[in-house]
Design a protein around this ligand. Structure first.
Ligand code: ATP
Ligand code: MG
Length: 283
């Protein structure tokens, strides 16, 4: 029997595709050289074509240290990683090895000390803050290890928050019925309809994680960066979430980079790499 979470996910994504018409390009945009990225094109959800469309994201020579007083703590010591479009990649490693740090650098939440990150052929680690915001709001979905839900908003409003930020208040208000329906469908997909009006402090850990997953999908990202998405869930709910992520990946082509400490969860991805001594080992 099909999982209701997966059916709702497919339906949601299909309806969103139908509801979004591509906006017109200006002459200035049409004349822009290939490979350059404008804020306007990022905002519209477009990125220029690339030489190798299979490498959705590339990391080269990423290094990152944290400073604690006079002591420098190297965490990433030269990460090289290619993520193909449509791939489901798991990154495993011991607690404290730098998995969250790497995910944050790939997602432009944190800057590397050296090295580069490219997304669809464009360097993104050195984009100005506004460009990185647009990139994260429109192209990346993020699931954080500690949820990061906004405490003053209800579950439904938390799911809607990325749209409000990405579209701006007036555009969001124009589309609010559609957006609310999409957010409600996502909540149904993760089994949280009955918690739509609750604040995060009224949710269990697993419910907060499911709300965070719904939020990460609201803007229709190309890439999902998931930090321990099942880390706080019971085994059965964790399996449902993995089934959902797997179907979003297989049926809708969502590229996923997932960090986990759990080898049995990592085994459900297409490919696993291990983070050891600040470097990536393929196996
Ligand atoms: N802001 C920070 N300042 C100083 N050190 C930090 C900071 N953030 C992380 N670290 C250190 O960097 C190392 C890697 O942290 P990170 O959170 O990336 O590990 P992790 O692999 O995600 O661990 P876990 O599996 O426990 O979540 C740890 O030793 C941590 O103490
Ligand atoms: Mg972590």
């Amino acid at each position: 029997m099909s999982n209701p979470l997966s059916i709702a996910a497919s339906q949601f994504l299909r309806e969103r595709e139908e509801s979004e018409r591509p906006p017109r390009r200006t002459d200035q945009e049409r004349n822009r050289p290939a490979g350059s990225t404008s804020r306007a094109s990022l905002r519209r959800g477009e990125l220029p074509s690339v030489a190798n469309p299979k490498a959705l994201m590339t990391a080269r020579g990423l290094k990152k240290s944290y400073r604690k007083g006079p002591i420098q703590i190297p965490v990433l010591r030269g990460i090289d990683l290619d993520i193909r479009s449509g791939e489901f990649l798991a990154i495993v490693g011991q607690s404290g090895c730098g998995k969250s740090t790497l995910l944050h650098v790939l997602g432009t939440l944190d800057a590397p000390d050296s090295g580069e990150v490219h997304f669809e052929g464009n360097r993104i680690d050195n984009l100005p803050a506004a460009g990185r915001d647009i990139l994260r709001n429109r192209h990346f979905g993020m699931i954080f290890q500690f949820y990061h839900l906004l405490p003053e908003l209800t579950t439904l409003e938390n799911v809607l928050a990325p749209w409000m930020i990405a579209e701006g208040v007036w555009t969001f208000l124009r589309h609010r019925r559609l957006r609310r329906r999409q957010a409600s469908e996502l909540l149904e997909m993760v089994g949280l309809t009955h918690r739509a009006k609750h604040k995060p402090r009224e949710l269990s850990g697993g419910e907060m994680q499911r709300a965070a997953i719904a939020r990460s999908l609201i803007a229709g990202p190309k890439l999902l960066l998931a930090d321990e998405p099942t880390g706080n869930l019971d085994k059965e709910t964790g399996r449902q979430i993995m089934d959902l992520l797997g179907r979003l990946n297989r049926e809708r082509g969502l590229t996923i980079i997932m960090v986990t400490h759990d080898d049995s969860i990592a085994a459900l991805a297409d490919r696993t790499v291990r983070l050891v001594d600040g470097r990536v080992k393929e196996y």
